[in-house]
Design a protein around this ligand. Structure first.
Ligand code: PLP
Length: 403
């Protein structure tokens, strides 16, 4: 047997994404012949709109198949500058924008460029599963702030103030949020900004990846438009993955002060280098081109959301707050804890509930524990309504069999 690889302590502190683990198990059961309803996925089920695909094909034919500038093509950086001004009321120059290989890479680069041992990052929970591990991978310390269902899963100003220490490096805000869909109103953002103004050493990262997926025509004010003074210590992270059904194209971006963006670009130049040239051309068309797809897809997500909410809230022992945005339902399953399965297993945690739903009815969802607030499970609605109906009726059947 060969010598084990010398993994670092840092590496050993991180774990693979729990949603991939849940998906892997569901796929394994499917291979074994079980009928599986997979409600794990965090990506739109729609195809990338045709005009965006055509822009990519045209770029290939024009020969845009070589390295681009490390920070992104001038066309895409300008399209991002224009987008941030038009949609968010934010003013950036092209050299304050970095195109990355997915939004994930923008977040990672920002942390990698700024975190040292023991630097704290405030992460409101429930959070996107990757945040704490990315902080850990960069030697930082995730500080999890539990945002309770009673507070609509949102961070309160008092909670923020109480959590800030001398070691606080970043606050991460994700609105609408994965997994709860919670979105902050202008007044709520104003109150959080007021706290941040008292602590000039705290940097702010906004993850705006779900900004367009929001319901009832709710607007999505930007904290930096509400308080521009925070801009000099903030980085805006966004991308085309969710809005334009482009998860596989891997285009994200960051906008912020030129020195921070420059540092992130240097890091990128020594790791992944420029994002895919063809995908960048597609992203220009996504941002500058026809926006009909965005409106239409949100109408469909909202129909699914409303249907699933009605079905799930009718199940004894489950309840779900209406999400303002994103394409997930974060379902409270505390009413099932303490009940027993037909096999005689007592459900103690949301993880037990999730395993029971998978093994008994073939419904794959992700335990709330993975997102930092239990007992819940996250169910994706980025799936056609027939599958969602079937998923909800299987969940009802599984719950009905408990005693
Ligand atoms: N931020 C949040 C909150 C997400 O849910 C995701 C994807 O699941 C990302 C960022 C990553 O986006 P990308 O696919 O562009 O890297």
């Amino acid at each position: 047997p060969r010598t084990p690889f010398p993994y670092t302590t840092l590496f050993r502190s991180i774990k693979p994404s729990p949603s991939s683990a849940a998906s892997d198990r569901a796929n394994e059961l499917r291979r074994q012949g079980q009928s599986i309803i997979n409600l794990v996925v965090g990506e739109p089920d729609f195809d990338t709109p045709a005009h965006i695909r055509q822009a990519a094909n045209a770029a290939i034919e024009r020969g845009e198949t070589r390295y681009t500038q490390n920070a992104g093509t001038p066309q895409l950086r300008q399209a991002i500058v224009d987008k941030l001004a038009r949609e968010n009321g934010l003013t950036y120059a092209a050299n304050q924008v970095l195109v990355t290989s997915g939004a994930k890479s923008a977040i990672f680069n920002a942390f990698a460029a700024t975190l040292g041992a023991g630097d704290e990052v405030l992460i409101p929970a429930p959070y996107w599963v990757s945040y704490p591990d990315m902080v850990l991978a960069c030697e930082g310390e995730p500080v999890i702030l539990a945002c309770l269902e009673e507070h609509a899963f949102k961070l309160t100003p008092d909670q923020l103030r109480a959590a800030i220490t001398e070691r606080t490096r970043w606050l991460l805000l994700n609105s609408p949020s994965n997994p709860t869909g919670a979105s902050y109103s202008a007044a709520e953002l104003r109150a959080l900004a007021d706290v941040l103004l008292d602590y000039p050493h705290v940097l702010l990262m906004t993850d705006d990846i779900y900004e367009h997926i929001r319901y009832e025509g709710l607007d999505n004010p930007h904290i930096l438009a509400i308080e521009p003074a925070l801009s000099e210590r903030s980085v805006v992270v966004n991308g085309v993955s969710k809005t334009y059904a482009m998860t596989g194209w891997r285009i994200g971006y960051a906008a912020g002060p030129d020195d921070l963006i420059g540092a992130m670009a240097t890091l990128q130049s020594q790791s992944t280098s420029n994002a895919c040239s063809v995908s960048q051309a597609a992203a220009v068309e996504a941002l500058n081109g026809d926006q009909t797809f965005v409106k239409d897809s949100v109408v469909v997500y909202q129909q699914r959301r409303d249907r699933c909410l009605a079905l799930l809230n009718a199940i004894d022992g489950l309840s779900c707050r209406t999400p303002d945005g994103a394409f997930y339902l974060y379902v409270n399953c505390s009413g099932l804890l303490g009940q027993s399965t037909p096999q005689g297993k007592r459900l103690e945690t949301d993880y037990d509930v999730v395993m029971y739903l998978l093994e008994s009815q073939g419904v794959a969802v992700v335990a709330g524990t993975a997102y930092g607030l239990a007992p819940f499970f996250r169910m994706s609605i980025a799936t056609d309504i027939t599958t969602l109906d079937e998923g909800c009726s299987r969940i009802a059947a599984a719950v009905a069999a408990l005693h």
